[in-house]
Design a protein around this ligand. Structure first.
Ligand SMILES: *Cc1c(COP(=O)(O)O)cnc(C)c1O
Length: 354
């Protein structure tokens, strides 16, 4: 049999045993695409790779953590998993719970969830509760609920989530046969930057010469940038709903990843995010969701600032965390509308403009 998901592939690096029932949708093993046109477009002489996590089974990297969290929940005899979500965690939890044959309860913030993600959670049969509050309030509620009732929390404070998600760093190291020099990525609740750093450190420990440590470059949206501002944001706002988080659960470990790697955690505006979202779709044929594009927006910002020395062409990986089809509303609202033409060859040729 071929690829069977990341638990089977990386079993020896993960806290599983023969007794762990593996709940998998064959997640992971996502493409690491060398960018063909982006370096020229951005006037950059290094190499840029796109880790397209939108190619996971439910369309985001959350599946890497969820295969672990749900497998361990089932091993522990749990019958219900619960999470707070800006969308992708609920889509993923719902799918893996369905596969496991257990129940899934999700708390989502009022209004601000992309329709594609909500459609996944409801189709997979989750109990979806929309609270009159934001993500941070939803997370506080599920933490309390899971401490008092027999509900397994599958947000990224669940350590098994981080274990599963670190495998993306392994895949990058294996594809490149070395580590990148820099990794650009979005930061929301900050579990993912924590997980990547753990993964890179593990490979570094096993083969320090081959797998050096990349600088971790994390980007928050300007209206939801608690780590950058140095304090929680009570009413976070951004078009990038997946990172609309004012008080990240993994704040401290994100700062450790930044400081130990010599990287940065910075912010990009919604305009910069939307511009990057269009550029990567148009120049590379890769459609990611707005939150994912904050990695590209961060790279553009740092190239413009002259952060990279041209004498030393860097090898850069940008993490594209989720698929663009998750949030078609943002795409359609920000794109050129289709032109109306007659069902007539002449009219079509005139419009194309030969
Ligand atoms: C969850 C998510 C993020 C943020 O990841 P954190 O681990 O919360 O920092 C970024 N992009 C997408 C598409 C996501 O679903």
């Amino acid at each position: 049999m071929g690829y069977r998901g990341l638990i089977e592939k990386y079993r020896k690096n993960l806290p599983v045993s023969d007794k762990t029932p593996v709940i998998s949708l064959h997640e992971g093993n996502t493409p690491l695409l060398p960018a063909r046109n982006l370096p020229d477009k951005l006037g950059f002489n290094g190499k840029i790779y796109l880790k397209f996590e939108g190619m996971n089974p439910t369309g985001s990297f959350k599946d890497r953590g969820m295969t672990m969290a749900v497998s361990k929940a089932v091993e522990d005899g749990s019958k219900i998993v619960i999470c707070a979500s800006t969308g992708n965690t609920s889509a993923s939890a719902a799918a893996y719970a369905a596969r496991a044959g257990i129940k899934c309860v999700v708390l989502i913030p009022e209004g601000k969830i992309a329709l594609g993600k909500l459609s996944q959670a409801v189709m997979h049969g989750a109990e979806v509760l929309e609270i009159d509050g934001n993500f941070d309030e939803a997370l506080n509620l599920v933490k309390e609920l899971s401490s008092k009732y027999p509900l397994t929390l599958v947000n990224s404070i669940n350590p098994f989530r981080i274990e599963g998600q670190k495998t993306a760093a392994y895949e990058i190291c294996e594809s490149l046969e070395q580590s990148p020099d820099y990794q650009f990525m979005p930061v929301g609740n900050a579990g993912n930057i924590t997980a990547y750093w753990k993964g890179y450190k593990e490979y570094n420990k096993a083969a320090p010469e081959k797998y050096t440590l990349p600088k971790m470059m994390g980007f928050q949206a300007a209206g939801s940038a608690p780590i950058v501002e140095g304090h929680p944001i009570t009413n976070p706002e951004t078009i990038a709903t997946a990172i609309r988080i004012g008080n990240p659960a993994s704040w401290k470990t994100a700062e450790e990843a930044r400081d130990e790697s010599g990287g940065v955690i910075d912010k990009v505006t919604d305009e910069e995010i939307l511009e990057a979202y269009r550029i990567v779709a148009v120049t590379e044929g890769v459609f990611c969701e707005p939150a994912s594009a904050s990695s590209i927006a961060g790279l553009i910002k740092y190239i413009k600032q002259g952060y990279f020395k041209s004498a030393d062409p860097a090898k850069i990986v940008c993490i594209l965390t989720g698929h663009g089809l998750k949030d078609p509303d943002t795409a359609v609202t920000n794109a050129v509308k289709p032109q109306k033409v007659k069902a007539d060859i002449k009219d079509i040729i005139n419009t194309i403009g030969f």
